[in-house]
Ligand binder design. Structure first.
Ligand SMILES: Cc1cc2nc3c(=O)[nH]c(=O)nc-3n(C[C@H](O)[C@H](O)[C@H](O)COP(=O)(O)O)c2cc1C
Length: 303
């Protein structure tokens, strides 16, 4: 069996597979299916300062090889997370990435401050949410806004800070460089691609929010391209995600430059997907006589 362990920002992961934020809640439901300890880590549901009920349904639409969602960051708020969810998760032998979000820089800072005195291992700052102070432009679509929120959250936390990037930009590498320069310890990508579907019988968008985020196998080549571009642009670790549904996909994303891989929508079609992906990675590495998964990180040989 190959060595699947990786180290990111000084934190040891027993393997590089992490359920992505928003598809795994806080883990409880999946514990009935397999021991959470089998995972490298968990990225918890995006959590804000106060409880949010999310967007009005319909919030999910099927697409060819993927799905659109406009859940709208439904979550119980950071105090509930710290009091009720985190103690349970910290009892498991795996890395906890607390995914946080906010509508203003100040909210992001306050959420990070609340986590400072907990034992959560890493913070994953989602900068894809709209910044109400800047007319709803997502933090993650402007280098200046992305840099500013990173700078302020960096000051608020001593924990490893992963900034999660939006793919809805002209140059994701430029955004990655901007957050690196303000103290991000790692970046994760990609969040969902903005999309839309219309019910042609009613003439109404399928999602009540009109637009939503595309994820699933349809976005995989975009994720590979963006992970590769970002890994070549920054000197901090890259955590890859977007459409991964097999061990071979995870290997491909790591060859593109990812040090670890998150699995999102695939978990909705097969809740055992992360476990199967870990097994398939092992099989692939053994078949190629590669003793450590670390040897494949960034190993793509571009033409
Ligand atoms: C239903 C759903 C909810 C999501 N919620 C969040 C969230 O709260 N925070 C976040 O950073 N990303 C969220 N995401 C984005 C995923 O973490 C991931 O970046 C994206 O779906 C791409 O990966 P995938 O194609 O493997 O799903 C969500 C995705 C889905 C499908």
């Amino acid at each position: 069996m190959a060595d699947l362990s990786v180290k990111i920002c000084g934190i040891d992961f027993k393997n590089p597979i992490i359920p992505a934020s928003g598809v795994f809640g806080y883990g409880h439901e999946y514990e009935e299916l397999f021991p959470l300890e089998k995972l490298g880590g968990i990225a918890t549901k995006g959590t804000t300062l106060h409880r949010r009920t999310g967007n009005i349904a319909p919030r999910i639409a099927e697409t060819p090889s993927g799905m659109l969602n406009s859940v709208g960051l439904q979550n119980p708020g950071i105090d509930h997370f710290i009091d009720k969810e985190l103690p349970y998760l910290l009892g498991k032998n795996l890395v906890i990435l607390a995914n946080i979000a906010g509508s203003t820089t100040e909210e992001c800072v306050q959420v990070a401050e609340k986590l400072e005195n907990t034992d959560v291992h890493m913070i994953e700052l989602n900068i894809s949410c709209p910044n109400v102070k800047h007319g709803g432009a997502a933090f993650g679509t402007s280098c200046d806004l992305a840099a500013e929120v990173t700078k302020q959250v960096r000051k608020a936390t001593s924990k490893p800070l992963i900034v999660k990037l939006s793919p809805n930009v002209t140059s994701i590498a430029e955004i990655a460089k901007a957050v690196e320069s303000e103290g991000a310890d790692a970046v994760s990508l990609i969040n969902t691609l903005l999309g839309m579907r219309i019910n042609i019988n009613t003439g109404r968008p399928i999602l009540h929010n009109n637009v939503g985020g595309l994820s699933g196998p349809a976005v995989f080549p975009v994720a590979v391209r963006m992970v590769w571009q970002v890994a070549n642009a920054v000197n901090i670790p890259v955590i890859g995600m977007g459409g991964v549904s097999s061990g071979k996909d995870a290997i491909e994303l790591m060859m593109a430059g990812a040090s670890a891989v998150q699995v999102g929508a695939a978990i909705f079609t097969d809740p055992y997907a992360p476990i199967k992906i870990i097994d398939e990675m092992n099989e692939f590495l053994d078949s190629k006589n590669i003793s450590s998964v670390r040897d494949i990180i960034g190993s793509v040989k571009p033409w």
